[in-house]
Design a protein. Structure first.
Length: 315
């Protein structure tokens, strides 16, 4: 059955083909025929292999590392689909790169998260579907509809099944308290907060821990783990202050630099992540457990395609 027969087509770039295929399998349509390659000078080359005229198209492409390569693939694919007369172009970005550049922290800083939103809009996207944006205000950077999915129910259900003894959910910084509180409510656990300061990018120092963690099993909850400095430092502080064990979880396993090495050498029992970002074999250490968000994204795509509520997914 062709994409046009379904009036729904799925396409993907090179960022996370495994996730895109899993989403396609859940929906029951094949991935669209599309060549995503490079010209000899390194420029991105997109060739659509089928008609999309009059079709609702969903492009699945996280803008993970190498972020500029994957972002350009996405923008050029949107342009190709627009010029091929797709009815709507819905961009599914499981991981939104540049999300941490969301404000002017210092004089003369760019707001790159807003710039990326502008680029997607100008390229021709009609709608964006994202998962666990670093900060909620990024939704307001778009002048087109944005549906925001959260992986918290998937992560929380995993820990529910583990039946940890006397759990406490820990926010690694004050900015993540709302996420950690919602996670704690789902588990019926108490909440603690790590007060930290960041003297420079990717460097964190624990100042204090707010809440009772002594003798409890701690679960550190964040939207992403990048260099793993914050998580491993937080785990060390929790254990020094009496926690009986520490788990960690996040939606986006960025794991740049020495992130995997730090996790492997830490006292964290298990690190639970999702597959919004592809983990290469060298990063798939035994301590890392990967959960799939494909079914959730597939259901969201179907609901957008049939004009049904997205928020009901999380009621």
């Amino acid at each position: 059955m062709s994409a046009k027969d379904n009036e729904l087509a799925l396409f993907t770039g090179n960022a996370n083909r495994e996730l895109a295929q899993e989403i396609a399998d859940h929906i029951g349509v094949p991935l669209g025929e599309c060549y995503v390659g490079r010209f000899s000078d390194g420029e991105v080359q997109i060739k659509l292999g089928e008609s999309v005229r009059g079709t609702n198209v969903f492009v699945i492409q996280p803008t993970s590392a190498p972020v500029n390569e994957h972002l350009m693939e996405l923008l050029i694919m949107i342009d190709a689909l627009k010029r091929a007369s797709a009815r709507t172009i819905n961009v599914v970005i499981p991981y939104y790169g540049y999300a941490r550049q969301d404000r002017k922290a210092r004089a003369r800083d760019p707001i790159t998260a807003k710039l990326v939103a502008n680029l997607l809009d100008k390229a021709g996207a009609n709608r964006v579907i994202c998962m666990d944006l670093h900060v909620g205000q990024i939704q307001g950077f778009f002048d087109i509809p944005l549906d925001h999915l959260v992986a918290m129910p998937i992560l929380a259900n995993y820990f529910k099944k583990k039946r940890l003894e006397n759990p406490v959910v820990v926010s690694p910084d004050p900015g993540s308290v709302a996420r950690a509180r919602a996670f704690a409510e789902r588990l019926g656990a108490s909440l603690a907060i790590i007060d930290k300061r960041r003297p420079e990018a990717n460097v964190a120092e624990v100042m204090n821990i707010i809440g009772d963690i002594e003798g409890k099993t701690a679960i550190l909850v964040d939207d992403m783990i990048d260099t793993a400095g914050t998580i491993t430092l937080g785990a060390k502080a929790l254990l020094e202050r009496g926690a009986r064990g520490v788990y960690a979880c996040c939606t986006h396993p960025v794991l740049s630099g020495d992130g995997v090495k730090r996790l492997a050498e830490s006292d964290i029992i298990e690190v639970v992540v999702t597959n919004t970002i592809t983990l290469p074999p060298e990063k798939r250490i035994d301590k890392i457990k990967v959960l799939s968000v494909a079914e959730l994204i597939a259901e969201a795509i179907l609901r957008v395609h049939t004009n049904r509520s997205i928020s009901q997914l999380f009621d």
